[in-house]
Design a protein around this ligand. Structure first.
Ligand SMILES: Nc1ncnc2c1ncn2[C@@H]1O[C@H](COP(=O)(O)OP(=O)(O)O)[C@@H](O)[C@H]1O
Ligand SMILES: [Mg+2]
Length: 250
C-alpha cells in the first residue's frame, strides 16, 4: 500500500519580531503512522504545531492537508479538516472535573439545562476508548496525575472524531511508568487508524514509538529518518554532520 501524506508543510517560516522561530521547515505526516518532531527547547516545535492547528499564521510557506494547499489555516478550518490538537499546556481548567473539561465550551444541553448524564456517559466512553483509568471523574483535574490529565486532554481533543492528532510534548512532565502508558495509548490510537504527529524533546523516547522522525534545530529541519531503517546513534551522527556542513558554510 502506498503511504500517503495526510499532512505536509513546505518551507514554513515564522518570526516573532527579531526571533526567527521557523526558518523554512518542510515535513510530512503519513497516514496511520506516528511522526515525531524532535528538538531542543526553543527549536520551533510548538510554533509549528500552532501553525498547523490554525493558531498562528506563518509568514511564508504552505500547509497541505489531504492534497489541498493553504497558505494559513484558521482553527475552524483545521478542525473541519479532521485535525485535533493537544497543546503543551493541555489547556485544562484545574478546578473543573474530567467531564467538565472534556466538554469545556461544547456542553451538551437538554432544553435550557445541561445534560449532565449524557456528558458523563460520553466522557466515560471516551476515556474507556483510550483506556485512561480515572477512579473518580467528578474529582477536579488538579488532583489527577500527569498521565490522567494528558488522557483527559486527549479525550477532549477526540470528542469530535478526527483523523490527525497533534500532540505537543505529551510526556514532558511524566515519570517513566506514566510516559510508557501514555506512549502505549498513542500506539493504540494509531492501531485504530489515527495519524499522529508528536512533538518531543527526547529523541530516545520517541525512537521506539515513532515511524518517522524529523529533527528541528533553531527553526530548521536538520534531517529525518524512518525509524525502522535507523537508530538513535545514526540519527545523532546525521545531525552532527548537518551542523558541521552548516558551520562550514556548505
Ligand atoms: N509568541 C511568541 N512571541 C515571541 N517569541 C516567541 C513566541 N513563541 C515562540 N517564540 C520564540 O520562538 C522560538 C521557538 O519557540 P517554540 O516554538 O516555543 O520552541 P519549542 O516548542 O521547540 O521549545 C523561541 O525562541 C521562542 O522564544
Ligand atoms: Mg514547545
Amino acid at each position: 500500500m502506498a503511504e500517503e501524506n495526510i499532512l505536509s508543510v513546505q518551507d514554513i517560516r515564522k518570526s516573532f519580531r527579531h526571533v526567527q522561530a521557523l526558518r523554512g521547515v518542510s515535513l510530512a505526516a503519513r497516514q496511520v503512522k506516528i511522526t515525531a518532531i524532535v528538538g531542543d527547547n526553543g527549536s520551533g516545535k510548538s510554533t509549528l504545531i500552532k501553525i498547523i492547528s490554525g493558531n498562528l499564521r506563518p509568514d511564508a510557506g504552505q500547509i497541505c492537508i489531504e492534497g489541498r494547499a493553504y497558505s494559513s489555516l484558521t482553527i475552524r478550518q483545521a478542525m473541519d479538516c479532521g485535525l485535533r490538537t493537544v497543546y503543551q499546556d493541555l489547556s485544562l481548567d484545574n478546578f473543573k472535573n474530567s467531564i467538565e473539561n472534556i466538554f469545556l465550551g461544547a456542553e451538551i444541553t437538554k432544553g435550557p439545562f445541561l445534560d449532565r448524564q449524557a456528558m458523563e456517559e460520553q466522557a466515560r466512553q471516551l476515556l474507556a476508548e483510550i483506556r485512561v483509568d480515572i477512579p473518580d471523574i467528578h474529582e477536579p483535574v488538579r488532583n489527577l496525575s500527569g498521565g490522567q490529565r494528558q488522557g483527559v486532554a486527549i479525550a477532549r481533543a477526540l470528542r469530535r472524531p478526527g483523523k490527525l492528532l497533534l500532540l505537543d510534548e505529551p510526556t514532558a512532565a511524566m515519570g517513566i511508568q506514566e510516559s510508557h502508558s501514555t506512549i502505549q495509548m498513542l500506539e493504540r490510537l494509531r492501531e485504530k487508524g489515527m495519524t499522529l504527529l508528536i512533538v518531543s524533546h527526547n529523541l530516545h523516547q520517541v525512537f521506539d514509538m515513532a515511524d518517522y522522525i524529523y529533527v528541528l534545530r533553531a527553526g530548521q529541519c536538520m534531517g529525518s529518518v524512518a525509524t525502522k531503517d535507523s537508530s538513535p546513534e545514526a540519527l545523532q551522527a546525521m545531525i552532527l554532520q548537518a551542523e558541521n556542513r552548516k558551520e562550514a558554510g556548505l
